[in-house]
Design a protein around this ligand. Structure first.
Ligand code: FES
Length: 212
């Protein structure tokens, strides 16, 4: 049975706004998994004085709802302060789009999460955190629980691909239960680095493969 999309969803899906990359972005974030296909990436340019988002772009490999949501939330976030942009939720997107089919809500959540994580990464990297909590192993594992293990379709922590990490003097070492020559090794390594590197007190991320 065809999924009932509103005309506005279809318009944003077929002619999405703000698609692409920003070179030298001030912050970026990926949610979902490039290896699995359901993935959205958000790039931000932020005025360092006013903290206004002067440019925002997204890339999506998700479905029509994901692309339509990426389009509408980037429209909404442009020229807003990062504080205002943080208030954009999947419900905002849903209302603006005239409603998404309930089965597709997670696709909108994925896009909104990417926007929020990009803003959070910006705050980490530009000294804007209200509470500078030192990065702990727990914080790292929590961030890693959003990296998907393409072999299982679940995250790398739940599937025990990452069982431990170590934080010392700003260096995060992640132990990956995968041989370096595995087909997804490079992909997962990049995703891990992208997740952990923005943390305010981390200046180096090392990924150790099984057998290293
Ligand atoms: Fe996966 Fe929509 S992004 S079904």
């Amino acid at each position: 049975m065809a999924i009932p999309y509103t005309q506005k969803v279809l318009n944003h899906f077929m002619h999405p706004h703000n698609v692409g990359k920003i070179k030298n972005a001030d912050a970026q974030a990926t949610e979902g998994s490039p290896a699995c296909g359901d993935m959205v990436k958000v790039y931000l340019k932020v005025d360092s004085d006013t903290k206004v988002i002067t440019d925002i772009k997204f890339e999506s490999y998700g479905c029509a709802s994901n692309i339509a949501t990426g389009s509408i939330i980037t429209d909404l976030a442009k020229n807003k302060s990062i504080e205002e942009a943080k208030a954009i939720s999947w419900k905002t997107a849903n209302d603006e789009l005239g409603g998404l089919p309930p089965v597709k809500v997670h696709c909108a959540v994925l896009a909104v999460d990417a926007l929020r994580t990009a803003i959070e990464n910006y705050e980490h990297q530009h000294g804007l955190l209200k509470h500078k909590i030192p990065t702990s192993e727990e914080i790292v594992m929590k961030r890693l629980s959003r990296v998907i293990n393409p072999l299982a379709g679940l995250d790398v922590v739940k599937t025990k691909l990452v069982q431990k990490c170590n934080i010392q003097n700003g260096c995060a070492t992640i132990y990956l239960e995968l041989p370096e020559d595995h087909q997804f090794a490079g992909n997962i390594k990049n995703e891990i680095i992208e997740r952990i590197e923005p943390l305010w007190d981390i200046h180096k991320v090392i990924v150790i493969f099984r057998g290293d």
